[in-house]
Design a protein. Structure first.
Length: 186
């Protein structure tokens, strides 16, 4: 008789943390000089804090820990799919902007990709933007990032009405911070 073992979400989360630590080894945040892996861990914690009632909470937390691995390391989507399954690999891929060549084209296609992404990917993206803003809101020289983030936030919406109210409130709060930064730094 063949036995099948399914990883528990706790084990998957632990494995994602290990993969992220190994993949981001030697990388540091630009402004804080903290090890880079702190960022995806904080994104995951942001999801836990804001979305604890979401039925896909644990899937989002695993994907959040891995959200920058394809973009910033030698980890591939196939690596993630092999270790964590198609659902998590697809969410990570939806948040990844690596595959677009030029800056202007990249931004346009990435925005289109996010508009059509799963709600889980959009929740990770808003949590990612929130954590990035926390790191840089008091620093000069990030105007381009804030403008790109404003464009993303202004264009993405959740499909699930149950979670849309919270999502829109988080967007509104971030857009206030973004608008303050843009007006102070333009």
């Amino acid at each position: 008789m063949k036995r099948y073992f399914v990883q528990s979400m706790e084990n998957m989360f632990a494995q994602a943390v290990i993969m992220a630590f190994e993949a981001h080894k030697g990388q540091f945040r630009k402004e804080s000089n903290l090890p880079f892996v702190i960022h995806p861990l904080r994104v995951s914690e942001c999801i836990l804090a804001n979305w604890s009632s979401h039925p896909n909470l644990e899937v989002m937390r695993v994907a959040a820990v891995l959200h920058d691995t394809i973009e910033d390391t030698n980890i591939t989507n196939e690596d993630i799919e092999k270790k964590f399954g198609l659902v998590i690999a697809n969410i990570v891929q939806e948040v990844t902007a690596k595959e677009y060549p030029s800056s202007e084209e990249k931004q346009k296609k990435y925005l289109e990709k996010l508009i059509n992404a799963s709600d889980e990917a959009k929740i990770i993206k808003i949590s990612d933007i929130s954590d990035n803003i926390m790191d840089i809101k008091n620093k000069k020289g990030w105007l381009s990032f804030f403008k790109k983030s404003k464009k993303i936030l202004s264009n993405i919406k959740l499909r699930n009405e149950k979670y849309s109210v919270l999502f829109e409130k988080l967007k509104e709060d971030l857009l206030i911070e973004i608008n303050e930064y843009v007006s102070d730094n333009s």
